[in-house]
Write a protein that binds this ligand. Structure first.
Ligand SMILES: [Zn+2]
Ligand SMILES: [Zn+2]
Length: 437
């Protein structure tokens, strides 16, 4: 399995110069199996860049399973910004704990009501399926998913994903069940020495895992005044991972008040504690972009992922060609918001003249225009060496096969059918630009 971290912050997104190394986005971790199944632990703000990355590399409709620990803000706020939801044909399954008075669908719809967000959940074009989980085992995408309740003020689930002969366990947000972890000195620790059955069960849940991703929001000193807030300390996570024979422990849900230097200090203390316990568990503090391969005999760190090169996907020159002024205005507004420089043309002839003067990075081209239609413009562009490879996103109300094929035969990069939603357009433009390199 390949694991990528997209959000490692707890409570609230915390961007800024102090959190550059470990990241400011809230909880989101992607797990991909060798069979191609995609699991997403939580949908904090890290789900936005993850969605953009999935869209940029999608060669076919996206199918993904979101495993929500619970529905506190820092675990769902990225959901409305997860671009694959805006594309018809994509299949997104959302799993999460049942029973907090409202259904999972109701809770996620709540944060997308018109007062809070412009697109309601029913308007999302992807096929979305909701599955409410209690404790138990499920088979999804060739993987075995085990869910177990955690100790948190809300109904919260931990997940164990078993595939490719290895296990990844996600335990966020969770607090120790008991103040006293051990009957005797930790150095002699084994699972039976754990005082509280809840903590013992928690340790058993991670037994033998290649990778455990665990809440470690507080230091032991801070925890004294944060009891019952539902979060762990690094020493609790390290102790249980050591007892459970875990290979690698990634501490996450970093507190918003902890800057990079502070988190680094926690990592050092946590490693020291593992050593003190005589454990071989490898400990790190998770950061955005960390990428691990979890294999049957160990965990390898892959070259740190350069998180989607968004800088290259901003500030591009985009020419919009459409005879409908309202549509041009809409596209201009949407793409300007994404940091692009947008110019307009109302006819094919005007567009060709503008392109002659300065070729844009991307052409958004309407298919049906009076006089010179989009296909004719495309034909001219492809016949000229300077624009033979120009990236072209075709807008059309005609999504029948003959028209689509004619466009692709002439080298259209992608098609977007009218009417479309602004996030759909933004996602397709991002995909076109990233394909272009
Ligand atoms: Zn949280
Ligand atoms: Zn929470």
């Amino acid at each position: 399995m390949r694991v990528r971290f997209w959000g490692t912050r707890g409570s609230i997104a915390t961007p800024g110069p102090g959190t550059v190394r470990f990241g400011g986005n809230t909880s989101c971790v992607e797990v991909t199996t060798s069979g191609g199944a995609c699991f997403i632990f939580d949908c904090g703000t890290g789900a936005r860049p993850l969605g953009a990355e999935l869209m940029a590399h999608a060669s076919k409709p996206i199918s993904a399973t979101i495993l929500l620990s619970h529905t506190h803000w820092d675990h769902i706020q990225g959901f409305p910004f997860f671009a694959p939801l805006f594309v018809p044909g994509n299949q997104i399954t959302v799993c999460g704990p049942e029973g907090s008075g409202h259904s999972l669908r109701e809770v996620l719809s709540g944060q997308m009501e018109f007062t809070y967000f412009p697109v309601e959940i029913d308007q999302l074009p992807a096929t979305i399926t909701f599955r409410e989980f209690g404790e138990g085992t499920h088979e999804i995408g060739g993987a075995r998913i085990v869910a177990q309740y955690l100790h948190h003020p809300a109904m919260t689930l931990g997940y164990r994903v078993e595939a490719d002969g290895a296990a990844v366990v996600y335990l966020c947000d969770h607090e120790p069940f008991s103040d006293t972890l051990w009957h005797d000195h930790p150095a002699s620790s084994h699972a039976e020495s754990i005082v509280h059955e809840g903590d013992r069960r928690h340790a058993r849940f991670m037994a033998g895992a290649g990778l455990v991703i665990h809440d470690a929001q507080y230091t032991p000193e801070e925890y004294l005044s944060k009891k019952n807030w539902g979060h762990s300390t690094y020493d609790y996570a390290v102790a249980l991972a050591a007892v459970a024979g875990v290979r690698q422990l990634a501490l996450t849900h970093h507190d918003p008040t902890h800057d990079d230097a502070f988190v680094e200090a926690i990592e050092k203390r946590a490693r020291g504690y593992a050593e003190q316990l005589g454990s071989t568990v490898r400990v790190c503090c998770a950061y955005e972009g960390l990428e691990l391969a979890v294999e049957p005999h160990g965990v390898r760190q892959l070259a740190s992922t350069p998180l989607a090169p968004h800088s290259a996907l901003r500030g591009r020159h985009i020419l919009v060609v459409d005879d409908d002024p309202d549509l041009r205005a809409l596209v201009r507004k949407a793409l300007s918001q994404d940091g692009h420089i947008v110019s307009e043309a109302s006819t094919g002839q005007e567009a060709l003249a503008l392109i002659d003067a300065q070729a844009p990075d991307l052409l958004v081209l309407d298919l049906l225009m009076p006089k010179q239609g989009g296909l004719e413009v495309l034909k001219v562009l492809r016949s000229r060496p300077a624009t033979a490879a120009l990236t072209v996103l075709v807008l059309t109300a005609l999504d029948d096969e003959a028209n689509t094929r004619a466009g692709f035969d002439l080298g259209a990069t992608d098609y977007l059918t009218k009417p479309f939603l602004i996030p759909q357009l933004a996602a397709r433009v991002r995909a076109c630009l990233s394909r272009r390199g």
